[in-house]
Write a protein that binds this ligand. Sequence first.
Ligand code: BGP
Length: 486
Amino acid sequence: MYQTDFPKTFPQDFLWGGATAANQIEGAFDIDGKGLTTAEVVKKATDRKTFTMSSVTKDSIQAAIADPGVANYPKRRGIDFYHHYEEDIKLFSEMGFKAFRLSIAWARIFPTGLEETPNEKGLAFYDKVFATCKKYNIEPVVTISHYEMPLELTLKYNGWASREVIQHFTRYTKVLFERYRGIVKYWMTFNEINAASMGFGGTGAIDAELSEKEMLNLRYQALHHQFIASALAVKQLHELDSNAKIGCMLARMQTYPATPDPADVRAAQANDQFNLFFTDVQVRGQYPNFMNRFFKEHEITLDFAPEDTTILAEGKVDYLSFSYYMSTISSAKDTTDQALGNFALGQPNPYLETSDWGWQIDPIGLRIALNEMWDRYQVPLFIVENGLGALDELTSDGKIHDDYRINYLRKHIEQMKLAIGDGVELMGYTTWGPIDLISASTSEMSKRYGFIYVDQDDEGNGTLKRIRKDSFYWYQQVIASNGENL
Ligand code: BGP
């Protein structure tokens, strides 16, 4: 028997909402006992194309520690969500959010990462945030580590490069799972786990001055420790709270071949396999074989503890969440022509438009990505980031007419709906930055994603006033109609 119809609509319990990260919104970086984090020593970029999170050195960290201010380090000030969370969550509820993805700043709970007991004031802050979500029937979706860790763990151990960090992480996750049992239902371990292959921002390990070979080895070793820490957290949560779900999180980059030349098709396949290697480990519980070839070819040797194979096999995630901003192109030929983006870059695709930041906009790529991941893994998928970073203009009537953002989101939601019709099990959609926040890659404020405008410029001037953009009212309709009214 085959089914004669297919779903044309979103499930009734679909998790519509928005996504943020502690270091991009909270501010209050030195308040209530919080320690300094790796995100807060990354300097503001000098131009729009520089991805600053990889270029941290020992000297730049020392300079950052010596500088107690927020001017050079915008992630220390965020949008002051720490003092505006009630107002902000209320605005989310006005849009009808069912879910709010946020991250917990590890250094609020364990200021250096090394303490035996947690900082009560840090926990109390998230108690209040979750209580506010509950008041509005918004489900918190919590990232345990979003591009940050206590800086002390970098200074003492060189971050995830050291296996020692795993035990400090599991102490942190145990505190979270016990404290928020019955309060947080959806967790995810590391934001964009594949960022580990790009260095400091993902690993907290300083590697900018190493040789290419040493750098690669260190990054994959650090990643391995994150895989183990993630798997242990999955096991821990399953034991502590059988109603909760925990996922992994990938920056998904759908790859197309530059031409139908089989050599290009193979190049695209290899790039795609590499992108999915991270979730292969976290969803299937083991390293895929093609990575052994990669390690061998790059002379990478990993320290695997005898118990690691079992830990990975026992720590498989419940769902796969991912960010989706763009697709990429692979060619068998060398090329210097590069498209811009937040991750491994490919060639420009002549069929696609780009954002103000040069990121290639590809809604159909989202449908392709959803189908490919569903076919490969057969676990529920959750789009936890998608959106358009743009330069918004506050007009003289005090409004923001962001029809370009509405168009972008509408086209992506249409493709999600088609993918559901293809049979993909999709849990939810949290757009990136429902409220304007500090950019992850460049620390700019002027790269805005929000439905809610925040009055602050790149230098940190402004009233921090929150203003509803045109897209605010549009998204409100989308959620109210469960994705029918686009
Ligand atoms: C993802 C990160 C987010 C976010 C987003 C947009 O890679 O998980 O933290 O910021 O990209 O990137 P950007 O802020 O650089 O525009």
